[in-house]
Design a protein around this ligand. Structure first.
Ligand SMILES: *Cc1c(COP(=O)(O)O)cnc(C)c1O
Length: 458
């Protein structure tokens, strides 16, 4: 690299001082509790004074940054000085959201993390997985992923990576079965991917054991933790390297934004990545491939996400408590064949859920208390028509392919979110056509029970 002129170097030094100050601020905030971090992020009282005294984070919609002079521009565009440059690459509001999410994701995990927000959950999964599929490292490659995953993820892996790019996509049918994972893994495996709890089946795996498996192979374990959110589970604490979320769900719970994020632990060890990527995966991806693919989040949407993020913990707590009540009601109802909710001892994932779904910073008699999320699925007794009839009779609960909302929502996955992947893949993911997925919101649970009761009374 050419040496900087003194003029450019002056800005590089100023940038370093700025980075150090931010690092100090991050350290101080990281020592606070989850709710405090969620509410304040890195927008401190000093930042407020520098923003006309605005107590809330200002919104910058400008696509481009104006520079003092050519030296300032050169220092920033060569990535030697932090700056915004252009909103597809960075923006003050996006950076605030990213730093808050990175702090929450790594909360009490004994690691430093970084984050990159994206235009949707799908683009977060794309950006977090694509760098591993570099053909320069060999054309024969495979990935090992849990088949119990979001329909969009199934399509991305199976169609886009598998059929279009020739990646050998190996689906794990039973994610809790460690031997199945180990049996599919070999020298050409680029990463392991698990969604947990899964949407809609709430399937779980043993992240700790999977992390060990990945670490021994020198590859990454990527976890889609959308359903749990950092309020209930932080995969870094179990050894995962990369975590993705659709922020469109319980994090932006009010439902005014589509957004995603991928977070990575600093200094991961990985045989498929270069040194810079290993050191800080999320930031490296953000500065290069993400910039070139361009799935940037709108600053306006980032603000919507940030506003909801502040109350994540208490909201997930209340929604989960209501969900427990609803699951118990459904389990005893004669119109229901089976209920799948990790909080029910009858659920196949109950034991794994008990070990890792806990409300952060809660205090129970033996540590943090279990909360099993707001999402469940149930199979309606009778045939498909009975399921559709019951679904059509709902009067308070929305019929939509949505979840994590402050408003309760129901869907029939086989005809919506998991329709395009076909019957074979649905059977593998255990999604029968009489299954309803139900996401519990913040309404009074008694009113939800009444709505379900009248819909089930055929
Ligand atoms: C919705 C969802 C996604 C995709 O997120 P979008 O924001 O809709 O692109 C990915 N994973 C899970 C578990 C989801 O529920």
């Amino acid at each position: 690299m050419e040496e900087n002129t003194p003029g450019v170097q002056r800005y590089v030094d100023m940038g370093q001082a700025l980075t150090d100050r931010l690092q100090q601020q991050r350290k101080e905030m990281a020592s606070r509790k989850f709710d405090t971090i969620a509410v304040h992020g890195l927008f401190g009282l000093q930042d407020a004074l520098q923003s006309q005294g605005s107590t809330m984070e200002p919104l910058y919609l400008s696509p481009a940054q104006h520079f003092e002079n050519a030296d300032h521009m050169e220092a920033t565009l060569s990535y030697q000085m932090p700056g915004w440059v252009y909103s597809r690459i960075a923006n003050p509001g996006l950076a605030m959201l990213e730093s808050t999410l990175a702090l929450l994701e790594s909360y009490r995990c004994n690691c430093d993390a970084s984050a990159c927000v994206t235009a949707s959950g799908m683009s977060a999964i794309h950006m977090a997985t694509r760098p591993f599929l570099d053909a320069r490292r060999g054309r024969s490659m495979n990935i090992v992923a849990s088949s119990r995953c979001y329909g969009g993820t199934h399509m991305l892996f199976n169609e886009r990576y598998g059929k279009e790019q020739g990646v050998d996509v190996r689906w794990v049918s039973e994610p809790a079965n460690l031997e199945e994972w180990a049996g599919l893994l070999d020298e050409e495996t680029r990463f392991l991917f698990i969604e947990m709890p899964s949407n809609p089946g709430l399937a779980m795996g043993d992240i700790e054991a999977l992390s060990r498996l990945a670490r021994e192979a020198g590859i990454a374990l990527i976890v889609d933790a959308t359903v749990a959110s950092p309020a209930l589970m932080r995969p870094f604490s179990y050894g995962a390297d990369i975590v993705v979320h659709s922020l469109s769900k319980v994090i932006a719970s009010s439902g005014y934004a589509i957004a995603g994020v991928f977070c990575s632990k600093k200094n991961i060890r990985n045989r498929w990545l270069d040194d810079a990527m290993c050191e800080d995966f999320a930031t490296s991806v953000k500065l290069l491939p993400f910039r070139d693919f361009g799935p940037a989040l709108s600053p306006f949407s980032a603000m919507m996400v940030m506003n909801d993020l502040r109350s994540l913990r208490s909201r997930v707590n209340q929604m989960s408590e209501s969900a427990m009540k609803v699951a118990r009601f459904l389990e005893l109802h004669p119109g229901i064949e089976s209920v799948n909710y990790p909080g029910l001892p009858s659920s196949a994932s109950h034991e794994l859920a008990k070990s890792c779904l806990k409300l952060v910073d809660s205090e129970g008699p033996s540590g943090e208390i279990n909360r099993y999320s707001y999402l469940m699925s149930f199979n309606v007794a009778g045939k498909d028509q009975a399921t559709r009839d019951m679904f059509d009779r709902l009067r308070l609960i929305s019929r939509a392919t949505d979840l994590g909302r402050v408003k309760s929502v129901a869907t029939i996955p086989a005809i919506s979110t998991h329709q395009q992947q076909g019957e074979e893949a649905r059977r593998m993911a255990d999604i029968p056509s009489n299954q309803v997925r139900l996401s519990i919101g913040l309404e009074d649970p008694d009113d939800l029970l009444a709505d379900l009761e009248q819909a089930l009374r055929a």
